[in-house]
Write a protein that binds this ligand. Structure first.
Ligand code: SF4
Ligand code: SF4
Length: 319
């Protein structure tokens, strides 16, 4: 993370040092509104344990219908296949919470503008600066749109650690962050990996209403209300109640001690819109396609579609 000490690796060309490149990255990320930034050398992910954990998660079917997670295995484990000759992975966290006002029905992350668009827009100047710093170098911005083990890379870049709730926890910032990466063919001084962990805490595993979490930090999407209310198509499985929100869940974040007493810079575009905050369950249960598009056209909520939103709202109303 940006506080870590830099290791300067001597270079002969280009004329900029790795430490100077590092400083430019930190300055540009902070100017973009990031809550934290970390740097890792780009290489194949050689963590055997990580390969095994991921493959057994897939083999158990815990990814539910997200079959795209089975594809592009080689790319997922080597960012140089996303940007040939990449030497640096810049991992950036942007805070969407704590939200000053929350919806009882919709997850915090979805209250503002779609993070894919916001992060790409905000990171474009950083990528441009890197290409200007080393003429001829190339960059690629990744915001959840390419197969990349982003939480693994964030840990490797010293940004934080993966908690038992399956989310990246950035010390001093919390888990209410969106992650993005900038791959670069230039070189910058890297951070040390984050070696923190949840220790003895198990608050999220005990609180999870779907019993979707285990003590190893593996999330069973088939039982996770966030997956079921957002990604799952068709009827919700029988026996699934929605004790809290109808889009997303957030309970495993609400109980996490790392989300208490933090005050990161929340990105303006992620603050809640008045119209979305004012929605009630009956309105969501009766929402037409046109109303849905008007209200959520620029929000990440559009992924659920009007049909999914109506389905969730009706399930909640029936219980
Ligand atoms: S989002 Fe909700 S259901 Fe999913 S793991 Fe967290 S607490 Fe459990
Ligand atoms: S609630 Fe506790 S166990 Fe769960 S992610 Fe946070 S620190 Fe880890």
């Amino acid at each position: 993370m940006k506080k870590s000490s830099a290791t300067v690796v001597p270079r002969t060309e280009p004329s900029v040092t790795n430490a100077e490149a590092r400083q430019l990255i930190i300055d540009a990320a902070m100017a973009a509104g990031a809550a934290a930034v970390g740097i890792a050398p780009a290489a194949a992910l050689d963590d055997e344990a990580e390969h095994e954990i991921y493959n057994s998660w897939l083999a158990d079917g815990r990814h539910a219908s997200m079959s795209y997670m089975e594809r592009n295995e080689a790319v997922r484990f080597d960012p140089r296949l996303l940007l040939p000759e990449a030497r640096t992975v810049v991992c950036v966290a942007f805070a969407y919470g704590p939200q000053p006002r929350r919806s009882a029905l919709l997850a915090d992350y979805a209250l503002g503008e779609d993070y894919h668009d916001v992060l790409r827009r905000r990171l474009t100047p950083l990528a441009e600066s890197l290409r200007a710093l080393v003429p001829g170098s190339k960059t690629r911005i990744v915001v959840d749109t390419a197969p990349m083990r982003e939480k693994w890379w964030a840990r490797r870049a010293g940004l934080g650690f993966v908690g038992r709730n399956g989310l990246l926890i950035v010390p001093g910032v919390g888990s209410r962050v969106f992650l993005a990466e900038v791959l670069w063919t230039g070189e910058a001084s890297a951070d040390e990996p984050c070696d923190m962990s949840c220790d003895a805490c198990g608050a999220c595993t005990q609180t999870c209403p779907g019993r979707a979490l285990d003590s190893a930090g593996s999330v069973d999407a088939r039982r996770c209300l966030s997956y079921l209310t957002i990604e799952h198509r068709g009827e919700l499985p029988e026996g699934i109640d929605l004790p809290g929100r109808i889009y997303g869940c957030d309970m495993c974040q609400d109980v996490c001690p790392h989300n208490r007493c933090v005050n990161p810079p929340v990105v303006q575009e992620f603050l809640p819109s008045e119209e979305i905050l004012a929605l009630d369950i009956e309105q969501l249960a009766e929402m037409t396609e046109d109303e849905f598009k008007t209200l959520f056209g620029r929000s990440a909520i559009r992924r659920a579609g009007a049909e999914g939103m109506r389905r969730n709202a009706l399930r909640k109303l029936r219980r």
